[in-house]
Design a protein around this ligand. Structure first.
Ligand SMILES: [Zn+2]
Length: 453
């Protein structure tokens, strides 16, 4: 048994609770006592505001190497994608492991306790499998273990090079390493992946651009049979919708629905350009939607219908996706701020609803339904935001929730606990020099890619 005394903690309501003692047994919260005004002698003292652990639902770890390098000359989502492909081509199991380890450690230091890695760089650059077919997946799993956070490895089906007027396009050379050719061959390495206390395996459809309807149907069936979550990129760009309507006569969401993919296990990632019927379909299917506001604005994707999605009772979560920044507070407030600009209305989603997108809802989207809440029996994953930085000084119990959502940054995270283990103490990862490893792993990848440094 271990005890953590929280100066303030958010227990899920409209306000924070002062003086909370969390008793942890193994990897679970065993008891919560309130009204504990000072830290007992045997408790670890957590000054500031303690929140449930943050869930980063959508990540491509290697995109971290692109940060700051894609802004010259403007470009589009599609020119950004070409830069991303150049880095993807240079990945090896070794440099991928190093970069993912540093990126996950950056996430840990930002308060992320569970990440969903959307994993599709499966094979060698020419498309041949590695001798160990899961060499790249194993690199990601090892990276998460070493960084200390939970991982849902979303193993992605990717079969085609895009959608053209006549149907699916052949793979481009730089896409060969993403593809298994058939769902059967994807299933061979998917079923060989196993989870444990800190790792879950999920399935993913890259997008309706990269996967045809028959294959979507097969993957949805595999996810249901394996009791795995199922994710897909959906309608991030208008061009995807136009191509899908031209070829399939319906929107990407409708196509996923027809293929049996829309269910409570499903999370649509981005869901930026949806019709009213799409929103209703996701809501009636009990699906989730993961929005990635910092990436969506970085790539000029647009603003999705978050308020309508919540009104339709979809489960809204957030992800840092391309890691233009890694800051879940920025993602959560981005949901609300984008709605304010689009709708000219304040207060679309309350602070507690925004915090839920980054905690409980995200845990659910990644298949950890017993986490993301501070309550007895839940996973002992929590994050303490210091309230003493120049940004947050002056915060009291009354304003703490609003301050956490609307002003805190990743840099205000002081302590992070995953499964009862401290992984970040006083703002520093307990075992990884995060900045040093990022610097080194990014330089190595760019050297391998022949990118300007
Ligand atoms: Zn993505």
């Amino acid at each position: 048994m271990m005890a953590f005394w929280c100066e303030h903690a958010w227990l899920g309501g409209e306000a924070v609770t002062p003086g909370v003692l969390l008793t942890v047994d193994g990897d679970r919260i065993a008891a919560i006592d309130t009204g504990v005004t000072r830290a007992p002698a045997d408790a670890i003292s957590l000054r500031g505001l303690t929140l449930p652990g943050l869930a980063n639902v959508h990540s491509h770890a290697f995109h971290r190497a692109l940060r700051g390098r894609t802004h010259d000359g403007g470009g589009t989502f599609w020119t950004w994608r070409d830069q991303m492909y150049a880095d993807a081509a240079a990945l090896t199991p070794d440099n991928y492991h190093r970069l993912a380890r540093a990126t996950f450690a950056e996430m840990a230091q930002a308060g992320v306790t569970v990440v969903g890695e959307f994993h599709y760089v499966h094979h060698q650059p020419d498309g041949r499998p590695y001798d160990d077919a899961n060499a790249m997946a194993d690199a990601v799993v090892a990276a998460a273990r070493e960084a200390g956070l939970r991982l849902t490895l979303l193993d992605v089906v990717y079969l085609h090079g895009g959608l053209g007027p006549g149907g699916h396009l052949p793979l481009r050379p730089e896409q060969l390493r993403f593809s298994d050719g058939t769902v059967e061959r994807w299933y061979e390495h998917f079923q060989a992946l196993t989870g444990d206390d800190l790792v879950r395996i999920g399935a993913a459809v890259h997008s309706v651009r990269a996967v045809d309807p028959d294959a979507i149907e097969q993957v949805a069936a595999v996810a249901a049979r394996s009791d795995a979550v199922l994710h897909a990129h959906v309608s991030e760009q208008p061009a995807e919708n136009e191509q899908c309507v031209a070829v399939h006569g319906c929107s990407p969401t409708e196509l996923l629905g027809r293929c049996g993919a829309v269910s409570p296990r499903f999370t649509a990632v981005h869901a930026t350009h949806l019709t009213g019927a799409d929103v209703a379909l996701l809501g009636s299917g009990g699906a989730g939607v993961c929005v990635c506001p910092t990436t969506e604005r970085d790539l000029a994707d647009g603003i999705g219908p978050s308020v309508a999605l919540v009104e339709a009772e979809t489960i809204l979560s957030v992800g840092s996706d391309s890691h233009a920044v890694i800051d879940l507070f920025e993602e959560a407030r981005g949901v609300e701020m984008h709605q304010r600009l689009a709708r000219l209305v304040r207060g679309n989603l309350a602070p507690r609803a925004l915090l839920a997108t980054a905690t409980e809802n995200g845990y659910r989207a990644l298949g950890w339904t017993d986490g993301g809440r501070l309550e007895p029996g839940a996973l002992a994953d929590f994050v303490t935001v210091g309230l003493d930085s120049v940004r947050l000084a002056g915060t009291d119990a009354w304003s703490a929730l609003g301050t956490a959502v609307f002003a805190a940054t990743a840099d205000d995270v002081h302590h992070v606990v995953v499964g009862g283990k401290v992984i970040v103490r006083d703002g520093r990862h307990v075992s990884i020099d995060v900045a040093g490893e990022l610097r080194e792993s990014i330089a190595r990848l760019h050297e391998a890619a022949g990118s300007p440094t």
